[in-house]
Design a binder for this molecule. Structure first.
Ligand code: FEO
Length: 170
């Protein structure tokens, strides 16, 4: 059994991760509409990873005999006008998720819930990687996005991203 504060925060986080999956699928749809199937692929896989994050939290709650509560997922409403908009919104979103994970970690630390801290260690590292990836995408688009040939090559690069299951197994 977990402290009620932790189980509530993790249940909320499941919802946030599923929203992240929704958001990235929305970005993927946008890039499909723009004819940038490599960008669409990148975000489709990103959406899959977010679903994995939610599933890991679900499993952690179940492993600790906690109830899993599935709440309503918000509709993504970010306005996308230029190719770079989703990338910038993605970076902002990852920074926000890092804050959420850090907050759960802080609460676990304050109540000496070492098991949850250990569980969250993987997410802390993952957030570092996700922020770096999102930041790199913004920088590449800023450098190459205005040149059609470079944008084509960047799209090709992102098309090569393959899904891999999370390294954390519960
Ligand atoms: Fe699940 Fe991209 O944070």
């Amino acid at each position: 059994m977990l402290d009620i504060k932790i189980s509530n925060l993790l249940n909320d986080q499941i919802n946030k991760e599923l929203y992240s999956a929704y958001l990235y699928l929305y970005f993927s749809n946008y890039y499909e509409e723009q004819g940038l199937s490599g960008f669409a692929n990148w975000y489709r896989i990103q959406a899959q990873e977010e679903r994995d994050h939610a599933m890991l939290m679900r499993q952690y709650l179940l492993n600790n005999s906690e109830k899993v509560i599935l709440k309503q997922i918000d509709e993504p409403k970010i306005e996308l006008k230029k190719n770079i908009d989703a990338l910038k919104a993605g970076l902002d979103h990852e920074k926000y998720v890092t804050e959420l994970i850090n907050n759960i970690y802080l609460v676990a630390y304050e109540i000496k819930d070492f098991r949850t801290m250990q569980f969250l260690d993987w997410f802390v590292k993952e957030q570092g990687e996700e922020e770096t990836n999102a930041d790199n995408l913004v920088k590449k688009m800023e450098m190459f996005g205005d040149d059609a040939k470079s944008l084509y090559l960047l799209d090709q690069e992102l098309a090569s991203r393959l899904y891999s299951a999370p390294s954390l197994v519960l």
